[in-house]
Design a protein around this ligand. Sequence first.
Ligand code: IDP
Ligand code: MG
Length: 140
Amino acid sequence: MAIERTLSILKPDATTRNITGKINAIFEENGFRIIAQRRVLLTRSETERFYIIHKERPFYKDLCDFMSSAPVVVQVLEGENAILKNRAIMGATNPEEAAPGTIRALFGLSIDQNTVHGSDSAATAAQEIAFFFKETDIVG
Ligand code: IDP
Ligand code: MG
């Protein structure tokens, strides 16, 4: 298996509840290294661009409102099989359907306020990492 990089976002429900350290501890306990990290209040237009793939979906407006409502932590996780492994650690999109012990099962409040974002493929990971970080900001 290859060492991969994936983009992770700790969403506004994580920063407002002050649980970003607890979530980072889960990433580190699972063997990931956090090789870039920044706390940022995204503008509405940045969230619209980041989630452009969902622009026809009924939840797009609420998603963009939520993601620009309070600070987020954007980060690059590095590790073996990081993209799919992070999706497994995160759990299903709807916290009610997330497997026990996953981040969304432990902390997710609802399908909107589901605590974390993680890239879903190698192509998406490369694109999403470049959206937030310059190569020189990533220290592996
Ligand atoms: P993912 O975050 O598990 O990859 P996506 O389908 O990419 O899920 O959706 C992006 C985000 O949009 C989700 O994390 C969730 O916050 C929100 N979302 C997805 N589906 C719904 C829905 O049916 N209702 C409300 N929000 C949704
Ligand atoms: Mg997604």
